[in-house]
Design a protein around this ligand. Structure first.
Ligand code: NAD
Length: 685
């Protein structure tokens, strides 16, 4: 232990310290510490390390390092505020005859705060994610030859493992589940049978009940609620509490104030070492607009969210707007399978594994429509696959499909294939090796524009966006390119129908995708001047108008189809009329909501998906107008490189659609009727 001579909250390095700077009363701390010391001295021999002025956290000796037999592994504190403690602790251990074994490599390690032995077992519970870095456990595991169980901490309030986890004799553990991520909770459940797990509620955990010093069968801690006490006594433990609230101001209590000097040495049998967690790592490289687009953040978040940790080994920043940055990041994970998952996600963000010039692994499909389990699924970005030493660009790039390697007379081919189209014998690319994603474009952080939601100045901004879109559309039309419109019935309800019809008439639409409703409402408005019974000119309900949309469907069915209804002069204007008149192909995909449906509506969804895919092929621009369902469906089929414009009143829908991590998508949060009005006006100028 270390007396709190110079204890205080002088800085903030954990959430407990926030608002407590200068508030710890040293005298009171001293008497609480003495209470703990006296309680423990009845149970164990205590040694003391001399406190040092200017190191207010030094009483929290649990973080000095880890003792194992006569070996002391010193900590490497994460924060500079505590780094000065190390020399004092090392000096003490050296003077007391311990062998000091410094950790190799980098990464921080906060001693017994994060590494706790299971009594009487060759098992070390290892916390990481807040203070201690995952990578240090590779070294520690090799040094001490016990099985290690890696637990990721996810709540900054429980920044050390000993604040929320306490191994107990008899194979039990006491812990606060919410402090850990899902996999770590699963690991605890796997490693410790139910009857041996004592789960502590937040009320106890936040009073540092898990931060207990365990000596034999006695637990000494700041607090234990009545239920917890009862459970612990039922298990045969004695509980002593010592108030330590003065130390809680700094985020510590009983266990933090004590470092165990005696651990019996157990060596785990080889098979247990194999079964335990294994820290592994891999170097990945990423290049591009890493800083200004936030891609670097995305990469690092992807590592931590995947349960790993990272070390940026090299970073060359692009100093000008037009310069790319380059980073080499070592990704560390608690197991090879987690490492593969994380690296797989990083590859999708455009990272590369440099040492890996290996061929992609292919597995054979054994059942039609079923992929091998470890299949690689695609992104929207151009992808190369390494087959027999050669990088081959996949054809038909789109999201969420499988890659099939085929032999042809001229060599190999890599083809995108829908899950349902896989056939027995197909060679499907699996795993993450030998796959390279090209040209991942940076996300345009400023790609969404709000219209309705904000001020006058942003109305002007929407005008500017529309002006830009109009300019692009004009250029596409001039070079005889392809613009595809995906539209929902809201287009008609909001009075946008005539404008959309005008765009078709002016030659700005090369294909129209939608559902039953856009066509039904459009035809209803042409036949009766209403949309779902609402008079579009006056905005009022028409008596008996609710029948109109069924009547419209009925009329079209009577004619045999939309084209026939146009030919027979039944439909005389509107969106569908212009499509038929101008030979613009359309596809209406069915849904469970559909009335009728119209003869053209494809209720066979697989056929509808295929038709959509066919119509968007070669598109230069896709304009998605107020239909979440069909817009998302279309977005998923669209490869990178196609300009996407998504117009919707709901920012969430726009964000979902426009967030393809690319500059090529623009979201406009506005009323679709107004948007179409503005766009047509610009294109008619
Ligand atoms: P959806 O929920 O997928 O999309 C509607 C979108 O419109 C939403 O994202 C919403 O935020 C947006 N929106 C609402 N008001 C807006 C405005 N003023 N300006 C801009 N955006 C606005 O629904 P959907 O695409 O309309 O319909 C889903 C499916 O149901 C389609 O297949 C459709 O054909 C079918 N449907 C059928 C019938 C019918 O047959 N009678 C009627 C309605 C819908």
């Amino acid at each position: 232990m270390c007396a709190p001579e110079f204890y205080g909250v002088n800085y903030v390095i954990n959430p407990w310290m926030e608002g407590n700077v200068g508030r710890a009363a040293r005298d009171r701390a001293r008497s609480q510490w003495e209470g703990l010391r006296d309680a423990l001295s009845k149970l164990a021999d205590i040694e003391f390390v001399e406190p040092a002025d200017g190191l207010p956290d030094m009483p929290f000796v649990a973080n000095a390092g880890l003792v194992y037999g006569d070996v002391f592994i010193p900590s490497r504190f994460r924060f500079p505020q505590r780094q000065g403690e190390s020399e004092h602790f090392e000096e003490w251990f050296r003077a007391h005859g311990y062998a000091i074994e410094a950790l190799q490599d980098s990464g921080s390690f906060e001693g017994e705060g994060d590494a706790l032995f299971q009594p009487d077992e060759a098992l070390l519970w290892c916390g990481y994610g807040v203070r201690t870095s995952l990578q240090v456990y590779k070294d520690i595991a090799e040094r001490i030859g016990v099985e290690i169980a890696l637990l990721r901490l996810v709540d900054e309030r429980f920044y050390h493992l000993d604040t929320c986890f306490c191994p107990l004799p008899g194979g039990r553990v006491m812990y606060f589940p919410d402090a850990f991520d899902q996999d770590s909770r699963a690991l605890i459940r796997e490693r410790v049978p139910k009857e041996n797990r004592i789960e502590v509620p937040a009320t106890d955990a936040l009073r540092f009940a898990c931060n207990a010093v365990v000596v034999g069968d006695t637990l000494v801690s700041n607090y234990a609620g009545s239920r917890l006490r009862a459970r612990l006594s039922d298990c045969g433990y004695a509980i002593e509490t010592c108030p330590l609230d003065e130390f809680m101001l700094a985020g510590g209590a009983a266990k933090c104030l004590v470092l165990n000097l005696k651990h019996e040495v157990f060596v785990a049998p080889d098979d247990a070492l194999q079964a335990g967690s294994r820290v592994c790592d891999r170097l990945v490289e990423i290049q591009g607009q890493l800083l200004d687009t936030g891609l670097m953040n995305e990469v690092l978040d992807c590592v931590t969210e995947g349960g790993g940790s990272f070390e940026v080994e090299e970073f060359h920043a692009g100093l000008r707007h037009d310069q790319e940055s380059h980073a080499s990041v070592r990704v560390v994970a608690p197991s090879p399978s987690k490492l593969n998952t994380i690296v797989g996600r990083l590859l999708q963000l455009g990272a590369r594994v440099p040492e890996e010039e290996v061929n992609a692994l292919c597995e054979i499909v054994t059942k039609d429509g079923v992929a091998p389990r470890d299949f690689y699924s695609t992104t929207i970005y151009p992808t190369d696959v390494r087959v027999e030493g050669e990088w081959i660009r996949a054809r038909g790039q789109r999201m969420d499909v499988m890659l099939v390697v085929r032999d042809t007379a001229d060599g190999h081919e890599v083809e995108s294939r829908l899950l349902r189209d896989l056939r027995k014998g197909d060679r499907v690319v699996c795993g993450i090796h030998g796959i390279r994603i090209q040209d991942r474009l940076p996300a345009d952080t400023d790609s969404s524009f709000e219209f309705m939601a904000s001020s006058v100045s942003s109305e002007r901004r929407v005008e500017l966006v529309v002006e830009n879109i109009a300019w692009e559309m004009r250029r596409i039309r001039e070079r005889e390119g392809k613009i595809v419109i995906v539209a929902g019935p809201v287009v008609i309800h909001t009075g946008g129908g005539p404008y959309l019809a005008k765009l078709i008439e002016m030659g700005y639409v090369q294909a129209l995708l939608g559902g039953n409703a856009i066509a039904v409402h459009d035809i209803e408005s042409d036949l009766y001047g209403t949309s779902l019974g609402v008079d579009l000119a006056r905005g009022a309900n028409i008596h008996g108008g609710h029948r109109h949309h069924l009547q419209a469907i009925n009329r079209v069915r009577e004619c045999g189809g939309i084209a026939q209804a146009v030919e027979q002069g039944v439909i005389r204007g509107g969106v569908m009329y212009e499509c038929v008149r101008n030979g613009v192909p359309f596809s209406l995909a069915g849904s469970i909501r559909d009335d009728g449906p119209l003869p053209e509506t494809r209720m066979d969804l697989l056929a509808a998906q295929d038709e959509y895919a066919q119509l968007i092929e070669g598109a230069d621009m896709i304009l998605m107008l107020s239909t979440m369902l069909h817009a998302i469906g279309t977005g998923n089929m669209t490869p990178a490189g196609v300009r996407l414009i998504c117009v919707d009143i709901s920012p969430a829908v726009v964000t979902k659609l426009a967030d393809r991590g690319s500059v090529e998508s623009t979201g406009v949060v506005t009323d679709v009727g107004l948007f179409l009005n503005l766009l047509t006006a610009k294109l008619s100028e």
